[in-house]
Design a protein around this ligand. Structure first.
Ligand SMILES: [Zn+2]
Length: 162
């Protein structure tokens, strides 16, 4: 596998599955992953996959986005307190800006972040949305379908922004 492709896959996994790390020395959980435990300075960090569940810790809605993102406004960026503890900053999706509140339960979902028009690239990453109730009868409800975007992953080149 070419080096650049390998790097993209690694970053992609980190972006799409909320992969952080757990300190083997003290058990502290960190996201995103880093080489040294911020709590005990140990370097024994192991990959750790977070559940993706959490709640809104703080948020702000962007009405005047930077150049190139005009079509996406308004959008809400939140700090999400993960169930496991760490704070993650990410965009919210599938929710009206007016109905976001501190303490709102959210879950991670993989979404297209933006299209790079010049290069024709689709950039995927995680966002958070209010949890969608799991169907109890084995059928996928219309509500769930409405919240599900087509999967382009198999074909689309994925560029992950740092
Ligand atoms: Zn530690």
């Amino acid at each position: 596998m070419p080096m650049e492709l390998a790097r993209n896959w690694r970053l992609r996994r980190q972006r799409l599955s909320l992969e952080g790390a757990q300190c083997a020395a003290c058990g502290h959980l960190v996201f995103p992953t880093r080489p040294v435990c911020p709590k005990c300075r140990s370097r024994q960090l192991q990959p750790y996959r977070f559940s993706g569940r959490g709640e809104v810790y703080s948020f702000s809605t962007v009405y005047e986005p930077p150049a190139g993102f005009e079509g996406y406004a308004p959008y809400t960026v939140a700090q999400v307190r993960l169930a496991e503890g760490p704070l993650v900053t990410a965009q919210l999706t599938d929710v009206d800006a007016d109905s976001v509140y501190i303490g709102m339960k959210v879950e991670m979902v993989t979404r297209k972040l933006f299209e790079d028009g010049e290069n024709g690239l689709l950039v995927y990453g995680y966002k958070f949305r209010p949890p969608v109730m799991a169907p109890t009868n084995g059928h996928v409800s219309a509500d769930v379908l409405a919240h599900t975007e087509p999967q382009h992953e198999a074909q689309a080149p994925v560029l992950v922004a740092n």
